[in-house]
Design a protein around this ligand. Structure first.
Ligand code: F6R
Length: 240
């Protein structure tokens, strides 16, 4: 595990974007595994800036996202499909036909997870971007999710519903379920890039980097992956 500690969120975002841009420059057909949430927004902003200023092209890049809420359509402003369009896809030259997220309004959620798992057999991310839940979750793999889980419907924990309610008008509007890549899918990525900032993540960062490898802290599984880079600000790294 390589841990890069930065002064603040802005520097974290810059470093993380540089890593992704390098991968795309070296392989114009790269597959990017992407995440939503507050952590990667600055990274995506730096990728957009670089695209505009330096012309890095995503024309032949494909993407697979980690997860999506159940019950929100792709045009709902809290859906992860909407998040990805507004925070990244609409501002770079990626072909949106090559971008993929689980469909949270599929009539058969298990069949949708099966479709996504099949897709992930052919679209193996060159880099999987991750954020970290304050309880150590990655994707929506909450504590005690088995390490061999693949894409599956997830019941969100009270902790995650509370964390995510800041983006909704009220906590009652936060969906209670999501579809998420499993830990096994995440571990199949060729490399992993985690962005994490803030004091509220410090405990989870410590467990992930220095704690025992246990499903109780899903991110601890990353210790078993050969190519992981964690870019974290000094607040998130404060307990290391
Ligand atoms: C997002 C995702 C989640 C977030 C995590 C951290 O696609 O899968 O695991 O990465 O909840 O969220 P933020 O970055 O909002 O603190």
């Amino acid at each position: 595990m390589k841990v890069i500690i930065t002064e603040n969120y802005a520097e974290m975002s810059q470093k993380a974007a540089e890593i992704i841009i390098e991968i795309v420059k070296n392989n114009p057909n790269a597959v990017l595994g992407l995440a939503t949430g507050s952590s990667p927004i600055g990274t995506y902003q730096n990728m957009i800036k670089d695209h505009q200023e330096n012309g890095t092209s995503y024309k032949n890049v494909s993407s697979v996202n980690l997860d999506e809420y159940v019950s929100l359509t792709a045009d709902h402003d809290q859906s992860y499909a909407y998040f990805m369009r507004t925070n990244l896809f609409d501002h770079i030259d990626i072909d949106q036909k090559n971008t993929n997220l689980p469909n949270g309004v599929a009539s058969d959620l298990q069949a949708e997870c099966d479709r996504y798992n099949k897709l992930l057999e052919t679209l193996v991310p060159d880099v999987q971007v991750l954020g970290l839940g304050s309880n150590g979750h990655i994707g929506f793999n909450e504590p005690n999710t088995p390490f061999d889980a693949v894409t599956h419907p997830v019941k969100l924990t009270e902790n995650t519903i509370k964390d995510n309610s800041r983006l909704f008008n009220s906590i009652d509007e936060v969906p209670r379920q999501a579809l998420s890549m499993g830990i096994k899918n995440i571990m199949q990525a060729k490399s992993i890039l985690m962005v994490v900032s803030g004091k509220n993540k410090a405990e989870a960062v410590k467990g992930m980097v220095q704690g025992k490898i246990t499903p109780e802290l899903p991110a601890s599984v990353l210790q078993l992956h050969p190519f992981v880079t964690i870019v974290c600000d000094k607040d998130a790294a404060s307990l290391l």
